[in-house]
Design a protein around this ligand. Structure first.
Ligand code: MV4
Length: 439
């Protein structure tokens, strides 16, 4: 592998380009007309404009991206996260065109993309899944029968859904018919697939995820876990590693079932097993993400590993140079996602550095944040020997940060870090939505 096309933009494109350059790989940036002055375009060795600002005509345009890879003679494509990173058709097209897709095989992406099939697969490999109707259904009668079997309240989910889309809590049998009808038509419109499945509703879980890395020689390791419980409208806001709520025994069980499942499905590359932690002893599989995730830095800082570099090495057929027993996670890392609430020109930018602070961003002084894409413009990660210390570093870093010219959520993050329940880790996945509903 000599040249990698990075099929993404913003902070993750910059992050991937740096990892490629560290491995002396040449890089190709792709950009929409809205991103012509972006940092990732300037840092890459080559750049190809792939279309207008609209994502569907640029970063989601499979034909344009494959064409860009061909005209630049790129050997590989790294999809980053979002956009086409979990698009089976795109991965398949790369395979057909003999372009290395930095990620798992397309059939694994497809399998994990269908939430109920993923659940089924995990169940077979011994991963605990939320108690509930294993089989998917499309008719009301079957649904009502499964719901009665499970016992209310139940969580109704769309098989083709994920990330909170096409999901509904149903408290009792009386509401089932109406809710089912609404949820199913939502699923049909959103995913063009009306298959649904049911699970027992867990009212106060935490969101804990296990980072997996696997090579083509069958070596699979867990690279720690992350606690992503602080979410607002299904968007992660703060992510932490390790999950201090997790007893060591539960942690080891989560790692074991995750590594075993990845081995059984022949997983290759970096992946994440998402779990709901119902109580310190009980966790249940939610979804598997077949991409590098936004929050990967907290796992890198606590393990010392460069996960993007590992993705690139594994994609070239290299074996992992370590086994599970060589991975030790130390210290504590927490990440805050900085979102631009408006588009506009960055008139002044001051980003903190210093002990234990890492910033991943595509921002620079004078850059204009376009309105067309996801609002996240930077990630601040603080790394220290303890959660308390990491939070102190983060508060100092947030206070020091200046991003003038756009509105951001910086003040909101400062407020969050001072919330007693957050500091005491007395939160669950509904906590932030409840807190912000009251503000
Ligand atoms: C659940 C659940 C409670 N019980 N499943 C949200 C999106 C997708 N990851 C699955 N999700 C949930 N599934 C059962 N049986 C609660 C959620 C959920 C959630 C999960 C993790 C992080 C944030 C969340 C916010 C709302 C609901």
């Amino acid at each position: 592998m000599k040249k990698v096309l990075v099929a993404n933009r913003g902070e993750i494109a910059v992050r991937i380009i740096r990892a490629c350059h560290n491995l002396e790989l040449k890089t190709v940036a792709v950009y929409s007309v809205a991103d012509i002055n972006s940092l990732h375009v300037q840092l890459a060795d080559e750049a190809v404009c792939i279309g207008p600002a609209e994502p569907n005509k640029s970063y989601l345009n499979i034909h344009e991206i494959i064409a860009a890879a061909e005209i630049t003679h790129s050997d590989a494509i790294h999809p980053g996260y979002g956009f086409l990173s979990e698009n089976e058709e795109f991965a398949k097209k790369c395979e057909d065109e003999k372009i290395t897709f930095i990620g798992p095989q397309s059939h694994v992406i497809a399998l994990m993309g269908e939430k109920s099939r993923a659940r089924e697969t995990m169940l077979k490999t011994g991963v605990p899944v939320v108690p509930g109707g294993a089989t998917e259904f499309t008719d009301l009668a079957s649904g009502a029968a499964y719901a009665a079997d499970i016992g209310f309240p139940v969580m109704l989910k769309a098989s083709a859904g994920g990330g909170g889309k096409g999901m509904r809590v149903i408290q009792s049998a009386t509401g089932f018919a109406k809710e089912f009808g609404l949820a199913q038509s939502e699923a049909q419109h959103a995913f063009n697939d009306n298959h649904m499945y049911l699970e027992k509703y867990l009212p106060h879980p935490r969101h804990i995820e296990v980072q997996i890395i696997a090579d083509q020689q069958g070596n699979v390791s867990a690279v720690g876990e992350r606690d992503c419980t602080i979410q607002q409208h299904h968007q992660k806001v703060i992510e932490e590693a390790p999950a201090i709520a997790l007893p060591e025994e539960t942690r080891q069980k989560m790692f074991a079932v995750s590594v075993n499942a990845a081995k059984k499905i022949g997983y290759v590359g970096a992946g994440t097993m998402e779990f709901l932690l119902d109580d310190p002893e009980h966790f249940y599989f939610m979804e598997m993400n077949t991409r590098i995730q936004v929050e990967h830095p907290v796992s890198e800082l606590t393990s010392g590993l460069d996960l993007v570099e590992l993705q690139l090495l594994v994609a070239q057929g290299e074996s992992l140079s370590f086994k599970q027993e060589h991975i030790s996670t130390d210290g504590f890392a927490l990440e805050c996602r900085i979102n631009a609430l408006t588009a506009g020109k960055i008139s002044a930018l001051h980003l903190p550095t210093g002990y234990g602070i890492r910033i991943d961003t595509g921002l620079y002084q004078g850059y204009t944040v376009p309105p067309n894409y996801d609002s996240m413009i930077a990630k601040i990660i603080a790394f220290a020997p303890s959660r308390k210390k990491a939070m102190a570093l983060m508060r100092t870093a947030l206070d020091e940060t200046v991003i003038a010219g756009v509105n951001t959520n910086l003040d909101f993050l400062v407020q969050l870090l001072n919330e007693p329940d957050y500091i005491a880790n007395k939160t669950d996945i509904n906590w932030l939505d409840k807190l912000t509903a009251t503000i």
